[in-house]
Structures are given as C-alpha cells and as structure tokens.
Design a protein around this ligand. Structure first.
Ligand code: FMN
Length: 369
C-alpha cells in the first residue's frame, strides 16, 4: 500500500507525510529496531483457542489494542483523510485521535462520533486553549491528548525544498507534481483547499499562507511546562494523555501531574534525528511509571506483528500514523477500514503462530536481548 500510495499522492504531500527530520535516521531506525524484536513461538499447546485481542484502556473496551494516531494536515495528503479515518474507526470500534492541526474540525469529527480523542497543541493564550477544550468536550471527545514534543518549529529538509516550509512557497516542481496525480487533484478540487479547520476562528481572516505560518508560530506555545500540564489537568474532566515522552523523569512527572496515560513517541522520526526509538525508551519509562500505569507507544508500526512486538515489550496500546495514510492513499476513501481489518487479522495470526492466548500474555513470548 505504501508503494501504491506514493504513486497517487503528489510529491510534496508524500514527502511531508512519509519523510522525517534530518538525515531521517530515526525514521529508518523506528522500523529497523522493530525488526530486531524477536518472539519465541510455543507450538505444543494443549487448548489453543482463537486469541483475544480486546483491551480496556481508560475505562473503554477496544476490540484491538491499536488506534489512529493524530495526523496534522492530513487533508493535504488525502482529501478529507480525517473524516474517512474517523468513520472507519467508528465502524470498527477503534480509537481515532483528531490532530489539533487537522484539516477537519472538532465539530465535524464530533458529528461522526465513535471513540474519538482530541489532540491539542498548546496555545500561549489560555482563552484559546479553554475554548478548544470546551468545543472538544461539547462535541463528544472524552480523551484529551496533549502533545509535548514540538518545543521549536520544525525544519524538515524535504518540506523546505518543496516550499512547504514557513513561509510556504509552492514552486513549479510542486505544481507539476500535482498535475501528475489526477485522482488526488480531482478529489482536492471537489473538496476545496484544506485549511486548519479547528483553529481557524482564532486566526485573523484573509491571511496569505506565508502570513498564516508566521502567525501560528507566534501563537503556539513552545515548551509545554509542567505548570501548563497541571492547567490542562484542572480544565479537562475526561482522560488526559501526554504524547511525545521519551524520558523516564518526564514520564514520572506526567504521573505526578495526574495524567491518565502517556504516549512514548519520537513523533514518527519527525522532530529530533538523534532521538531514541520508543522501543528503546520503553523499559526505563515502564520502570518509572510502575506496572499498572497505561503506557501507549508509537513509531514504525506497519503490520500486526509490529503491534505484537510493542505489546511484548510492555506497551499497553499503540498508535499508527503513516500506515493509515498509506492505506488511504493506496485505496482511497475505504483505505482506513481495509487497514484496520488487515491489522486485526495479522495480529490474530501472530498470536496464533506464537501459541499466545491473549494480548496480555505477549510479554511472556519476548526473547530478551
Ligand atoms: C503527516 C504526519 C502528521 C503528524 N501530525 C501530528 C500532529 O498533528 N500531532 C501529533 O501529536 N502527532 C503528529 N504526528 C505524529 C503521529 O501522531 C505519530 O506519533 C507517528 O506518526 C507515529 O509513527 P508512524 O507514522 O511510523 O506510525 C504526525 C505524523 C505524521 C506522519
């Protein structure tokens, strides 16, 4: 699906989605590191049943231990991506996290419903933060995900070359790339130019793309302080998840502040090209937060076996970003549903192959390095 998606998505949008920061060593390592996680099958089991994939996370029962990661600007990669993925997630009962920088609004995704989480980037102005949280709550989001791993504006070489940087500058190569991808271009024409749908009301009207970029970088908080996290905890009555943790002390601070869960993540290799993989960060973080604290993780997951690997290493639940976008790009609007079905089937097959009765038992099958 990755190869098919690349043929259907214009180069600048593909580069934004598939690419990473710097020399993209963390991007590559996220997958390579997963490949090195080995599991030991046990074939001589007496009462093999069909394995149980379901999992309870923060009071909700999910049919499988994975969900859709928040993806900013997803409507640029594939028209109305967030809506299509949210509908697929609702149909299958899995979680969908709406990015605060998505091109579909809180209200649009709220109207679709399902197990929806709202991912928030902290604004400096707490009136804006309060308003966004209220809108999310009123629209039926029960979980707030605060992402903390964007302390500075991000410089990705591919985006700069393609003119997707701040200020954006769509060049001739970019425009030619669009013309060569007719399915994408026609769909985009039908649905209109994507915009930051949720945060639009807080931005001055009629800004050029260049001005919008500058404006946003002035409005978004860089480092999210512990105080700011306490503020979110006090404001948000539902579940609070902190996303983008790689350090055990940071993880312990989230627990102290009253966060209900954390996502161990290097943002899919998009922020710091010397970051640890989530796999390598997990053991120390697990030790810091204790055995029963809900730990989510992401990065590099491309199939059901990868989900099993993360769970074997101690994650309770995982998120997938690019895998879902590859499916949308390859198949179109129904790609999300197809991806969920394949991932569930692959995860079940992995447990069957291992002789593992349920996802809770996966750590017993890990071959320690
Ligand atoms: C195109 C793209 C946009 C993203 N936008 C956001 C975002 O708005 N908020 C966020 O918390 N994470 C964002 N992420 C990170 C993902 O939520 C997730 O951590 C990452 O994609 C996991 O790695 P994977 O793509 O290998 O599955 C983005 C990732 C991609 C690929």
């Amino acid at each position: 699906m990755e190869a098919a998606a690349q043929r259907r998505i214009p180069r600048f949008a593909w580069d934004y989605m598939a690419g990473g920061i710097g020399r993209e060593s963390v991007l590559a390592e996220n997958c390579a590191r997963l490949d090195r996680v080995k599991l030991r099958p046990r074939y001589l089991v007496d009462d093999a049943e069909s394995p149980d994939l379901s999992h309870s996370l923060l009071g909700t029962r999910y049919p499988a231990p994975f969900g859709v990661a928040p993806l900013g600007l997803s409507g640029l990669i594939w028209p109305q991506a967030a809506e299509h993925l949210a509908r697929a997630a609702r149909a299958e009962g899995i979680s969908f996290a709406l990015s605060g920088m998505a091109t579909s609004s809180i209200e649009q995704i709220g109207a679709i419903g399902g197990k929806i989480w709202y991912q928030h980037y902290a604004f400096i102005d707490n009136d804006i933060n309060s308003d966004l949280l209220k809108r999310a709550q009123h629209s039926g989001f029960d979980t707030l995900v605060v992402t903390v791993d964007i302390p500075t504006s991000t410089r990705r070489d591919r985006d700069i070359r393609n003119g997707l940087a701040v200020p954006p500058d769509l060049n001739l190569r970019t425009l030619l790339g669009i013309v060569q991808r007719p399915a994408w271009a026609l769909s985009m024409l039908r649905h209109g130019v994507p915009e930051f749908a949720s945060i639009k009301p807080y931005l001055p009207a009629n800004l050029s793309l260049a001005q919008l970029g500058v404006q946003l970088s002035e409005m978004i908080e860089g480092h999210v302080s512990r105080d700011k996290l306490r503020w979110y905890r006090a404001q948000w009555p539902g579940n609070l998840i902190v996303k983008g943790i790689l350090d055990a002390d940071d993880a312990a601070a989230c627990v102290d502040i009253g966060a209900d869960a954390i996502v161990v993540s290097n943002h899919g290799g998009r922020q710091l090209d010397a970051a640890q993989t989530s796999i390598d960060a997990l053991p120390a973080i697990r030790q810091a937060v204790g055995h029963d604290y809900p730990l989510l993780a992401d990065g590099g997951i491309r199939n059901g076996l990868d989900i099993a690997r993360y769970l074997a290493l101690g994650a309770d639940y995982v998120l997938l970003g690019r895998a879902f976008m590859f499916a949308l790009g390859a198949i179109g609007d129904n790609g999300g549903a197809h991806a969920i079905t394949i991932l569930q089937a692959e995860l079940a097959a992995t447990l069957g192959q291992l002789g593992c009765p349920s996802i809770r038992h996966l750590p017993e099958f890990l071959i320690k390095e």
